[in-house]
Design a protein. Structure first.
Length: 372
């Protein structure tokens, strides 16, 4: 694990450790309590000599689980020495699972962007030949590579990235109590956006949809959790905003359980790698999102999301208005979303899917070692 003990890796190791012996190899700046050993010893993930020593310190029959996010391992996501290490480990008979959360940057117009994108794809093709199993966090990517590389179909599977926000217990009057604590009327509708602020999350689409909702449906509260964006808000509507900033996980959970609607208009479309989406589903909140090039066939036909094209802001606004207007449809969609989460996207389900995939290719005879 690089750059801190990421919630995703910590939770994966925690759930795997319930049935298998697990250890985590991480960067030196990781210090945390865990129900499994953590070796916070890696200084430079591009130093093959250092990584070789770390690999030599692990049992020779340990199964190595790499969390593959290219930019975590080298400048611009390019790390040729790491590929050489993986290749040598394969020659030595070490078993490796590459859990891909990202694959390659898009092609850019500048030479350096093109160089990074080309090298990411070069690394990925090497991984496809070296890894014993390749779980991919996005179904659309799995579908793409199954079509283009059918010879390695046995290695590929979609493995969603579950939410790192666990659902905390709340009382039956939680919604009203949360609104009271925020100085809001008990019957106020709350539209929530949450996560880190970035272009692909299209926050301004949410703001525009919220303004339209206030104009057509009456007062609607916009709650922004996770980021602290600099956005211009109409003076007449500022009292209907709550910009919460970064909160502790349990407070995020309480916000989600108080919301009527979570708005997540991703520019690349809803996908299984979006932990914000998974958190909303897991907390039983209706979700308005989008379909784009990273939306796989399962989510495109899902009845537990309200989806509009990722390049159509007006259609997204109409989706938001429909859900805010129709209480019955919104409540039913939220129920279906929580059911889908608990049966397909929760940590216990995803962990068992990973174990089953490892068993299917004969890897469960070795000890899993998640690393990043």
């Amino acid at each position: 694990m690089r750059g801190g003990l990421a919630d995703h890796t910590w939770l994966m190791a925690k759930h795997l450790s319930e049935t298998r012996p697990v250890a985590v190899l991480s960067s030196r700046d990781v210090y945390t309590n865990a129900p499994f050993p953590i070796r916070a010893s890696v200084h430079d993930w591009e130093d093959v000599a250092e990584l070789s020593l770390e690999m030599a310190a692990t049992p020779s029959d340990a199964l190595l689980l790499w969390q593959y996010v290219p930019h975590m391992y080298g400048r611009g996501g390019v790390n040729r020495p790491l590929i050489a290490l993986w290749r040598r480990l394969k020659r030595e008979g070490r078993k490796q699972v590459m859990i891909a959360h990202e694959i390659a940057a898009p092609w850019g117009r500048w030479p350096n962007q093109w160089w990074y994108a080309w090298n990411h794809r070069r690394q990925w093709r090497a991984i496809m030949g070296l890894a014993d199993l390749i779980p991919i966090s996005t179904e659309a990517w799995t579908e793409q590579w199954l079509r283009s590389e059918p010879s390695i179909a046995r290695k590929l599977l979609t493995l969603p990235s579950p939410s790192s926000i666990e659902r905390v217990p709340v009382g039956p009057n939680h919604r009203a109590e949360w609104r009271q604590a925020q100085g809001l009327p008990p019957d106020a509708k709350v539209m929530l956006w949450w996560g880190s602020v970035s272009g692909p999350k299209q926050l301004m689409w949410v703001v525009d949809a919220w303004e339209t909702a206030c104009a057509q449906l009456g007062p609607v509260v916009l709650c922004i959790v996770g980021g602290n964006p600099s956005i211009n808000l109409p003076g007449s509507l500022r009292s209907l905003t709550r910009i919460m900033g970064f909160l502790k996980p349990e407070e995020v959970s309480r916000c989600l359980q108080a919301a009527d609607l979570v708005a997540l208009p991703f520019s690349d479309g809803a996908s299984e790698r979006r932990t914000t989406l998974m958190a909303a589903l897991g907390h039983g909140v209706a979700v308005a999102s989008t379909t784009g090039h990273n939306t796989g066939s399962s989510l495109r036909k899902a009845d537990f999301l309200s989806l509009s094209p990722a390049d159509d802001a007006l259609a997204f606004t109409e989706s938001v208005l429909h859900l805010l207007r129709d209480n019955t449809a919104r409540t039913e969609m939220a129920r279906r979303g929580r059911e889908a989460h608990d049966t397909a996207y929760s940590w216990p389900v995803v962990t068992q899917k990973l174990l089953g995939a490892m068993d299917s290719v004969g890897l469960l005879s070795v000890v899993p070692l998640p690393g990043r």
